[in-house]
Design a binder for this molecule. Sequence first.
Ligand code: COA
Length: 176
Amino acid sequence: MKTAIYPGSFDPVTNGHLDIIRRSAKMFDKVIVVVLINPLKNYSFSIMERRELLMKATKDIPNIEIDSYDGLLADYFNLREDVDVIVKGLRATSDFEYEFQMAHTNMHLNPRAETVFIPASIGTTFISSSMVKQVAMFGGDLSAYVPAVIHETIRERLTSEFAEKKRIAELRKEHD
Ligand code: COA
Protein backbone atom coordinates (compact mmCIF):
# COMPACT_ATOMS: atom_id res chain seq x y z
CA MET A 1 0.00 0.00 0.00
CA LYS A 2 1.57 3.32 -1.10
CA THR A 3 0.41 6.54 0.52
CA ALA A 4 1.28 10.06 -0.63
CA ILE A 5 0.89 13.39 1.14
CA TYR A 6 -0.18 16.42 -0.87
CA PRO A 7 0.64 19.47 1.28
CA GLY A 8 -0.37 23.07 0.68
CA SER A 9 -2.05 26.20 1.93
CA PHE A 10 -5.25 25.64 -0.10
CA ASP A 11 -6.49 29.18 0.57
CA PRO A 12 -8.74 28.20 -1.20
CA VAL A 13 -8.42 24.89 -3.07
CA THR A 14 -8.53 25.46 -6.86
CA ASN A 15 -9.03 23.32 -9.99
CA GLY A 16 -5.21 23.34 -10.22
CA HIS A 17 -4.89 21.56 -6.87
CA LEU A 18 -7.72 19.21 -7.83
CA ASP A 19 -5.87 18.26 -11.03
CA ILE A 20 -2.90 17.12 -8.91
CA ILE A 21 -5.13 15.44 -6.28
CA ARG A 22 -7.11 13.44 -8.88
CA ARG A 23 -4.02 12.34 -10.79
CA SER A 24 -2.10 11.34 -7.68
CA ALA A 25 -5.14 9.44 -6.37
CA LYS A 26 -4.80 7.25 -9.47
CA MET A 27 -1.09 6.67 -8.85
CA PHE A 28 -1.20 5.93 -5.11
CA ASP A 29 -3.43 3.74 -2.98
CA LYS A 30 -4.17 6.68 -0.71
CA VAL A 31 -3.53 10.45 -0.83
CA ILE A 32 -3.56 12.55 2.33
CA VAL A 33 -4.27 16.19 1.48
CA VAL A 34 -2.83 18.17 4.37
CA VAL A 35 -3.54 21.83 5.06
CA LEU A 36 -0.39 23.44 6.47
CA ILE A 37 0.70 26.93 7.40
CA ASN A 38 3.15 29.09 5.48
CA PRO A 39 3.89 31.66 8.24
CA LEU A 40 4.82 34.24 5.59
CA LYS A 41 1.28 34.31 4.14
CA ASN A 42 -1.92 36.07 5.23
CA TYR A 43 -4.82 33.69 4.85
CA SER A 44 -8.45 34.52 3.99
CA PHE A 45 -9.84 31.21 5.29
CA SER A 46 -9.19 29.50 8.64
CA ILE A 47 -7.65 26.02 8.66
CA MET A 48 -11.07 24.50 9.43
CA GLU A 49 -12.67 26.41 6.55
CA ARG A 50 -9.91 25.32 4.14
CA ARG A 51 -10.45 21.72 5.24
CA GLU A 52 -14.20 22.02 4.69
CA LEU A 53 -13.73 23.49 1.20
CA LEU A 54 -11.35 20.63 0.37
CA MET A 55 -13.81 18.05 1.67
CA LYS A 56 -16.64 19.44 -0.47
CA ALA A 57 -14.42 19.69 -3.56
CA THR A 58 -13.09 16.12 -3.27
CA LYS A 59 -16.25 14.30 -2.18
CA ASP A 60 -16.23 12.05 -5.26
CA ILE A 61 -12.63 10.81 -4.80
CA PRO A 62 -12.70 7.68 -2.63
CA ASN A 63 -9.05 7.15 -1.67
CA ILE A 64 -8.25 10.51 -0.10
CA GLU A 65 -8.13 11.86 3.41
CA ILE A 66 -8.16 15.54 4.41
CA ASP A 67 -6.03 16.55 7.37
CA SER A 68 -4.30 19.64 8.78
CA TYR A 69 -1.19 20.25 10.85
CA ASP A 70 0.14 23.27 12.67
CA GLY A 71 3.87 22.52 12.32
CA LEU A 72 6.63 21.39 9.98
CA LEU A 73 5.75 19.12 7.09
CA ALA A 74 8.84 17.04 7.93
CA ASP A 75 7.42 16.42 11.44
CA TYR A 76 3.96 15.58 10.09
CA PHE A 77 5.66 13.04 7.82
CA ASN A 78 7.21 11.41 10.89
CA LEU A 79 3.98 11.43 12.89
CA ARG A 80 2.17 9.59 10.09
CA GLU A 81 3.94 6.27 9.88
CA ASP A 82 1.73 5.27 6.96
CA VAL A 83 3.10 7.82 4.45
CA ASP A 84 5.71 7.10 1.77
CA VAL A 85 6.16 10.25 -0.27
CA ILE A 86 5.28 13.95 -0.66
CA VAL A 87 3.57 14.97 -3.91
CA LYS A 88 3.81 18.51 -5.31
CA GLY A 89 2.56 20.04 -8.55
CA LEU A 90 4.76 22.11 -10.86
CA ARG A 91 2.92 24.70 -12.98
CA ALA A 92 5.92 26.27 -14.69
CA THR A 93 9.69 26.50 -14.41
CA SER A 94 9.13 29.48 -12.08
CA ASP A 95 7.68 27.06 -9.47
CA PHE A 96 10.74 24.86 -9.69
CA GLU A 97 13.25 26.84 -7.66
CA TYR A 98 10.92 27.29 -4.67
CA GLU A 99 9.70 23.68 -4.78
CA PHE A 100 13.25 22.34 -5.17
CA GLN A 101 14.30 24.33 -2.09
CA MET A 102 11.31 23.05 -0.09
CA ALA A 103 11.90 19.44 -1.17
CA HIS A 104 15.53 19.61 -0.04
CA THR A 105 14.66 21.37 3.24
CA ASN A 106 12.06 18.70 4.00
CA MET A 107 14.51 15.92 3.22
CA HIS A 108 17.22 17.61 5.28
CA LEU A 109 14.82 17.82 8.24
CA ASN A 110 13.59 14.28 7.68
CA PRO A 111 15.64 11.99 5.37
CA ARG A 112 12.55 9.78 4.86
CA ALA A 113 10.58 12.70 3.36
CA GLU A 114 11.12 12.22 -0.37
CA THR A 115 9.23 14.50 -2.81
CA VAL A 116 7.90 13.65 -6.28
CA PHE A 117 6.74 16.33 -8.73
CA ILE A 118 3.76 16.07 -11.04
CA PRO A 119 3.51 18.52 -13.96
CA ALA A 120 0.27 20.51 -13.81
CA SER A 121 -2.17 19.89 -16.66
CA ILE A 122 -1.89 22.57 -19.36
CA GLY A 123 -5.28 24.12 -18.63
CA THR A 124 -4.44 24.76 -14.95
CA THR A 125 -0.96 26.27 -15.20
CA PHE A 126 -2.18 29.86 -14.84
CA ILE A 127 -4.39 29.24 -11.78
CA SER A 128 -3.39 30.29 -8.28
CA SER A 129 -5.33 30.83 -5.06
CA SER A 130 -4.52 34.57 -5.04
CA MET A 131 -5.82 34.93 -8.59
CA VAL A 132 -9.05 33.15 -7.60
CA LYS A 133 -9.39 35.47 -4.58
CA GLN A 134 -8.97 38.58 -6.72
CA VAL A 135 -11.61 37.43 -9.22
CA ALA A 136 -13.98 36.60 -6.33
CA MET A 137 -13.44 39.98 -4.64
CA PHE A 138 -14.66 41.77 -7.75
CA GLY A 139 -17.58 39.35 -8.24
CA GLY A 140 -16.05 37.73 -11.37
CA ASP A 141 -16.88 34.33 -12.84
CA LEU A 142 -15.11 31.56 -10.89
CA SER A 143 -16.36 28.60 -12.92
CA ALA A 144 -13.05 27.85 -14.70
CA TYR A 145 -10.97 28.05 -11.52
CA VAL A 146 -12.80 26.36 -8.64
CA PRO A 147 -15.50 23.66 -8.44
CA ALA A 148 -19.09 24.95 -8.46
CA VAL A 149 -19.85 23.40 -5.06
CA ILE A 150 -17.58 25.94 -3.30
CA HIS A 151 -18.23 29.07 -5.45
CA GLU A 152 -20.73 30.63 -3.08
CA THR A 153 -18.61 30.22 0.07
CA ILE A 154 -15.59 31.74 -1.66
CA ARG A 155 -17.57 34.59 -3.19
CA GLU A 156 -19.28 35.48 0.10
CA ARG A 157 -16.04 35.47 2.10
CA LEU A 158 -13.99 37.45 -0.43
CA THR A 159 -16.61 40.10 -1.18
CA SER A 160 -17.04 40.77 2.55
CA GLU A 161 -13.24 40.79 3.06
CA PHE A 162 -12.94 43.32 0.22
CA ALA A 163 -15.80 45.47 1.62
CA GLU A 164 -14.07 45.48 5.03
CA LYS A 165 -10.75 46.50 3.44
CA LYS A 166 -12.46 49.39 1.63
CA ARG A 167 -14.19 50.46 4.85
CA ILE A 168 -10.89 50.55 6.74
CA ALA A 169 -9.20 52.48 3.88
CA GLU A 170 -12.02 55.08 3.95
CA LEU A 171 -11.79 55.42 7.74
CA ARG A 172 -8.02 55.97 7.43
CA LYS A 173 -8.58 58.63 4.75
CA GLU A 174 -11.10 60.44 6.98
CA HIS A 175 -8.66 60.25 9.90
CA ASP A 176 -5.67 61.67 7.90
N1 COA B 1 -2.33 24.44 -9.64
C1 COA B 1 -2.67 25.69 -9.38
N2 COA B 1 -2.14 26.41 -8.37
C2 COA B 1 -1.24 25.82 -7.61
C3 COA B 1 -0.83 24.51 -7.82
C4 COA B 1 -1.43 23.80 -8.88
N3 COA B 1 -1.10 22.56 -9.17
N4 COA B 1 0.09 24.21 -6.89
C5 COA B 1 0.26 25.31 -6.15
N5 COA B 1 -0.54 26.27 -6.58
C6 COA B 1 -0.60 27.65 -6.07
C7 COA B 1 -1.36 27.82 -4.81
O1 COA B 1 -2.71 28.11 -5.05
C8 COA B 1 -0.64 28.99 -4.17
O2 COA B 1 -1.11 30.19 -4.73
P1 COA B 1 -0.97 31.59 -3.93
O3 COA B 1 0.49 31.84 -3.72
O4 COA B 1 -1.60 32.53 -4.85
O5 COA B 1 -1.70 31.42 -2.62
C9 COA B 1 0.81 28.81 -4.64
O6 COA B 1 0.73 28.00 -5.78
C10 COA B 1 1.70 28.16 -3.63
O7 COA B 1 0.99 27.08 -3.06
P2 COA B 1 1.51 26.05 -2.00
O8 COA B 1 2.23 24.93 -2.68
O9 COA B 1 0.35 25.70 -1.14
O10 COA B 1 2.63 26.84 -1.26
P3 COA B 1 2.48 27.73 0.01
O11 COA B 1 3.71 28.56 0.06
O12 COA B 1 1.19 28.41 0.10
O13 COA B 1 2.48 26.65 1.17
C11 COA B 1 3.38 24.89 2.51
C12 COA B 1 3.53 25.79 1.30
C13 COA B 1 2.19 25.25 3.39
C14 COA B 1 3.24 23.48 2.00
C15 COA B 1 4.72 25.07 3.27
O14 COA B 1 4.86 26.42 3.68
C16 COA B 1 4.82 24.15 4.46
O15 COA B 1 5.19 23.01 4.32
N6 COA B 1 4.48 24.71 5.66
C17 COA B 1 4.63 23.99 6.89
C18 COA B 1 5.89 24.46 7.61
C19 COA B 1 7.12 23.88 6.96
O16 COA B 1 7.39 22.67 7.01
N7 COA B 1 7.94 24.77 6.36
C20 COA B 1 9.20 24.42 5.79
C21 COA B 1 9.06 23.82 4.45
S1 COA B 1 10.49 24.21 3.53
